[in-house]
Design a binder for this molecule. Sequence first.
Ligand code: GTP
Ligand code: MG
Length: 280
Amino acid sequence: MIDNINWYPGHMKKTRELIRENLKAVDAVVEIIDSRIPVSSRNPIIAELIGQKRRFVILGKADLADPAETAKWRDRIASEDGVVRVMDLNLQSGENIKKLLRALEEEQEIRNAEKSVKRPLRIMIVGVPNVGKSSLINRLTGKRSALTGDKPGVTKGKQWLTLSNGMQLLDTPGILWPKFEDPDVGLNLAFCGSIKDDILGVQDLGFELIRVLGERYPQHLMERYKLDEISDQAIENMDNIAMKRGFIMSGKRIDYERTGRTVLDEFRGGKIGRITLEQA
Ligand SMILES: Nc1nc2c(ncn2[C@@H]2O[C@H](COP(=O)(O)OP(=O)(O)OP(=O)(O)O)[C@@H](O)[C@H]2O)c(=O)[nH]1
Ligand SMILES: [Mg+2]
């Protein structure tokens, strides 16, 4: 199902060039990944592009993920080459934002001491679509400097912003890569809203999410939708969810579109629980 789909919108090539061109102008990169899918949301192109640049990795949307798993991922990523600091962030509450600012200020001191200069740090923010890049920038600047939205592709071009401490931040559009070696990566990105819903369709995407949640978080699914049991057939679970919610059309047909939409929205809104789809 996933294989023959074109995931790679035309403007992604432009974003790749934008990152490449601006890399020379920055001192460090902040890469945001999605705490619910720390593998799938790590773009291999970003790794290749940023190369030896010092990097901060942010586990974003931490409020939606399983905290025990997020802690494990933090440790694992911290041991990678070139990673200065790993932090989880909840951008809705702003938790940990001050810590990140302090870490960036330390980085500035280190850089200035090394190069015997005195200039503000320049940072580029990168990540897959919809992961929270612009939200992070708004938290750092303390105002609504960058446009945000609950769908992929909100930021269209680059935007430089200045923090009150003088640092300069470059917001970039979300970037994907042309081909997913593993089809689950594409699905995970779609579950978390990094790929537009209409590429797979909410009906199929919702079905796949119910399948994955039935395998990994059956208890959560049962509790949220008041199911008596979880079947190993995802379609039965989908039917049961539809019936519990009354998503039935004329002729007693199940409204799969609405069921898919509902489960996707509730997963994304954290209503099914704090869920990590990729275990450390
Ligand atoms: N629950 C939760 N939602 C978040 C968090 N960070 C961002 N969001 C939401 O995720 C959506 C996307 O945020 P953006 O900041 O626009 O994401 P982006 O990475 O700039 O997206 P593009 O510009 O489309 O690539 C928005 O609806 C945000 O409110 C977070 O930590 N927790
Ligand atoms: Mg954005």
